[in-house]
Ligand binder design. Structure first.
Ligand code: AMP
Ligand code: GLY
Length: 422
């Protein structure tokens, strides 16, 4: 089968590497892919948001199956457009992708269907939001309604910070139209867990749980990033918690989306916080997480394409989805300076012995060489029997990858190890 994967980051590289293992796959195109993905797929210079060109490419190249990985094209309706010309896809339609595309939608959904989440208020008027903040409990959390490259969430620890955030988002339009509405919500505490799941709108099959490390610097300091590393499984996510999440969050969410006439098919990502009052939803994503995918898919033992097709065909209940009981750790190597300004264009050298474990996020090809081309450059994953060894091996592999200006956290997985010791 000829497969097309829309997107061009580390997550897409992990999806492509797994799809390549399927005996049914003959060729994979990545739109646009990147300089590192080019080793595993044919990269096509079409942007992930250019839906017209994506559809045209799929038609002209007799694509048998499409995987739409990033949030933007999903929210813009890439799956609807591809299905219209008869191309089966993995990913939700536009009317279901709104679960990530609008925080107001997802909060209202949870409230209506009794799915546990932080208390909140919605505002479309800055003056009213500022008035509310005069008496709101602090810390508080301000969220832009729409997509904001993962930067639309501000945790305000003082009233001034909260007011500044409202002004930046609603008056200065820091995130454009994404900030026309905002959610102001209760600050929750507890360990965070990411659970990606396959769902065909009837059945939901959670993948192995994982833990992201969002801050740029060691010991969770520094700015928020797209994710500096991950481990799977997440030790906080016990069987008991998993059962509670299935009953109170996963199934109710699928049912709620059906009841709203927005059946969700694809990967539904539950960003959870295990609060003293039980697990609550921090956010939904309508897609695989990045860099969660770089630890979750290496642990998948079943055929990814078969699972994806069963989601499309609504036969997930009969599909085999098996994860190994090993542990995985992914360390992100970034350009020093990320998530602020950084230099790029440095040659990346990857030892052959670790090439299979490297998921490239930001690279270009220049004069025949693979060079850095983004903030997060690549992720290096190791799988092992114990978490401790997976971490040690991941850092060992990092030593065999080099580029000028490389920066990575030294403590990925340490919090998970500490949690295991408790
Ligand atoms: P998001 O972009 O929705 O993933 O939010 C980014 C991060 O902000 C989350 O991973 C949490 O660490 C934090 N966060 C979001 N909402 C809350 C909340 N209500 N209480 C505490 N932390 C939150
Ligand atoms: N790692 C969080 C996300 O993919 O949004």
């Amino acid at each position: 089968m000829k497969i097309m994967v829309v997107g061009g980051g580390g997550r897409e590289h992990a999806i492509i590497k797994k799809l390549r293992m399927s005996s049914k796959v003959s060729q994979i195109f990545a739109l646009p892919g990147n300089g590192g993905i080019a080793k595993d797929a044919t990269c096509v210079d079409i942007g992930a948001k250019d839906i017209e060109k994506i559809v045209e490419f799929a038609k002209n190249n007799a694509i048998d199956y499409a995987v739409v990985a990033p949030d933007d094209p999903l929210v813009l309706g890439a799956v609807d457009a591809l299905e219209e010309v008869g191309i089966p896809c993995f990913g939700p339609r536009k009317n279901a992708a709104i679960i990530e595309g609008s925080k107001v939608f997802s909060k209202d959904l949870m409230k209506k269907y009794g799915i546990p989440t932080a208390e909140y208020e919605v505002f479309d008027d800055a003056a009213k939001a500022l008035e509310y903040l005069k008496t709101a409990p602090i810390p508080t959390v301000i969220k832009a309604d729409g997509l904001a490259l993962g930067k639309g969430v501000i945790i305000a620890t003082t009233r001034n910070e909260a007011e500044d955030a409202v002004k930046e988002i609603m008056e200065n339009k820091k995130f454009g139209k994404s900030g026309d509405k905002i959610v102001i919500e209760e600050f929750l505490t507890g360990p965070e867990v990411s659970v990606l799941s396959f769902t065909d709108s009837k059945t939901v099959v959670p993948m192995i749980s994982s833990m992201d490390h969002k801050r740029a610097r060691d010991n969770d300091t520094g700015l928020n990033t797209g994710g500096m590393g991950t481990v799977a499984p997440n030790p906080y996510y016990t069987d008991e918690v998993a059962k509670e999440c299935m009953e109170k969050i996963f199934l109710p969410t699928i049912k709620a989306m059906n009841a709203e006439g927005r059946p969700f098919k694809g990967c539904l990502y539950f960003g959870l916080m295990l609060t003293p009052k039980g697990p609550k939803v921090i956010e939904y994503n309508c897609r695989f997480g990045d860099p969660e995918t770089q630890v979750v898919l290496p642990l998948l033992e079943s055929d990814l394409l078969e699972i994806m097709e069963s989601v499309t065909n609504e036969t997930l209940d009969a599909s085999k989805v098996k994860f190994s009981d090993k542990n995985a750790c992914c360390v992100i190597m970034a350009s020093d300076g990320y998530p602020e300004s950084y230099k790029k264009g440095f040659e990346i050298s990857i030892c052959d012995s670790v090439a299979d474990s490297v998921y490239v996020a930001g690279a270009a090809i220049k004069d025949g060489k693979t060079v850095t081309d983004g903030g997060r450059v690549l992720g290096v994953t190791a799988v092992s029997d114990t978490l401790e060894d997976a971490i040690a091996q991941a850092y060992g592999k990092v030593e065999r990858v080099s580029f000028e200006n490389a920066y990575y956290r030294r403590d990925i997985g340490k919090a998970a190890l500490r949690a295991k010791e408790k």
